[in-house]
Design a protein around this ligand. Structure first.
Ligand SMILES: Cc1cc2nc3c(=O)[nH]c(=O)nc-3n(C[C@H](O)[C@H](O)[C@H](O)COP(=O)(O)OP(=O)(O)OC[C@H]3O[C@@H](n4cnc5c(N)ncnc54)[C@H](O)[C@@H]3O)c2cc1C
Length: 381
């Protein structure tokens, strides 16, 4: 079905992202998996191509695109190569950017945004803690005022880009008695005494994405590193989570669509009982279902992208998009593994890796159970 939300500018941008991916990422994809790391040079190359600062004003070296559809195009093209690339870059340009653009002072913007755009400064966001991620209002990392500084103690886990990040937006409790109304965001920077990184976590999928534990032991953070208002961090996160969930939805679907396209080629080539395996009625019907599922889902996600570009996306619709696409992605890729037979279980085949890469999407960015909570609450239940 023809997509209607993208115009010529978006498609021209898509071509340039594709060139970046073909030139700078695809040839090194295997190396990144082996090294369990996306090389910093790729970040810098993305910066040189102007891909990291889509939401950043021009005076801070950004592209000031002012249109979420460009973010969505970038995410789609990265996810076509792999989940890890889309999630690692996505955390930076799609998730962290709004915090650093909307909530910061001019002085902070000057300090952080130019290297953010060039790829010199990789960023991460630390909400989840070892004690829990779903109940964000219960987080336990503390920040206690000391003169004009703050002293941060606690830890975060499962933090995407945590190992390489030069700046982590950290949610910490500043008013113990106030639960959600007592959380503040801080920029914790590489080299601050007491800021340590733990292991690079060993995941079942997305090996090249750097996911780390972070520890804060009496980290002294100056007032100049408070992001937004004190005690307003929870609200800031709630306001920005719909974009994170929409970005996840776009990633999930683009990843599934790419794997499905490859699988369609495979089932036309691979033969059994003297015919292409895709031509058996069972498989043909399975593929018809999968393609329909992807296209119908795309229609919904595209409408969410358009709504967000117009500033109208609700948190509930973003939750639906995130939850539904994660389910569809996992169903589609699981069926694609099956259609590959034994090869579908071999890591050297992309479909096998994609299957493992996709499993997390029902867990992260707010688990699918939490998404159903949001949707269910909206039904008055
Ligand atoms: C690879 C990876 C990358 C990540 N990147 C980041 C990152 O960059 N930054 C960051 O802050 N976090 C990140 N996360 C954390 C992620 O957002 C959390 O794992 C997620 O929010 C769930 O939190 P939890 O793991 O503590 O699970 P828990 O909160 O302990 O939940 C466990 C189970 O209980 C269910 N559950 C909880 N509450 C309810 C409820 N009310 N009703 C029904 N079921 C419920 C959950 O859905 C889940 O199935 C990442 C996680 C992974 C795996």
């Amino acid at each position: 079905m023809r997509r209607t939300i993208y115009g010529e500018d978006h498609e021209a941008f898509r071509d340039s992202v594709r060139q970046f991916v073909i030139r700078s990422v695809a040839p090194r994809a295997e190396e990144f998996i082996e090294r369990r790391l996306i090389d910093r040079e790729v970040w810098r190359e993305a910066g040189r191509q102007g891909l990291l600062g889509l939401e950043v004003p021009e005076e801070y070296d950004g592209a000031a695109a002012g249109d979420y559809r460009f973010n969505a195009v970038l995410i789609e093209e990265l996810a076509g190569v792999g989940m890890a690339l889309a999630s690692s870059f996505g955390i930076h340009f799609d998730v962290v950017a709004p915090y650093l653009v909307d909530l910061t002072t001019d002085e902070q913007k000057k300090r952080w945004l130019p290297p953010f755009c060039s790829g010199e400064l990789i960023t991460a966001i630390g909400m989840t803690e070892p004690g829990g991620g779903s109940d964000l209002a219960a987080l336990r990392t503390t920040a206690v005022r000391d003169g004009s500084d703050w002293i941060i103690d606690g830890s975060k886990t499962f933090i995407t880009n945590g190992y390489q990040a030069g700046l982590v937006v950290v949610a910490a409790r500043t008013s113990p008695e106030k639960r959600a109304k007592g959380i503040t965001l801080f920029a914790v920077e590489e080299g601050m005494p007491g800021f340590h990184r733990g292991r690079k976590l060993d995941k079942i999928g997305q090996p090249e994405a750097d996911t780390a534990e972070l520890f804060f032991e009496g980290v002294r953070v100056p007032a100049a590193n408070v992001i937004g208002e004190v005690d307003r961090g929870f609200v800031a996160m709630m306001e920005r989570l719909p974009q994170e969930r929409l970005g996840s939805a776009v990633t999930n679907l683009a990843h599934a669509a790419a794997v499905l396209a490859e699988t369609l080629s495979y089932v036309k080539e691979r033969r059994a009982f003297g015919q292409a395996i895709g031509s058996f009625q069972y498989n043909k019907f399975t593929l018809a279902d999968l393609v329909t599922k992807v296209e119908v889902t795309r229609a919904y996600v595209d409408q969410c992208v358009a709504a967000h570009a117009a500033g109208e996306l609700t948190a509930v619709d973003a939750a639906k998009a995130k939850m539904w696409t994660a389910e569809v992605q996992n169903q589609v890729i699981d069926a694609c593994v099956q259609l590959h037979g034994g090869y579908g279980y071999m890591k050297e085949y992309r479909v096998a890796r994609a299957w493992a890469d996709a499993r997390v999407t029902r867990i992260w960015a707010g688990s699918n159970e939490i998404m159903r909570e949001i949707v269910g609450r909206d039904l008055g239940l």
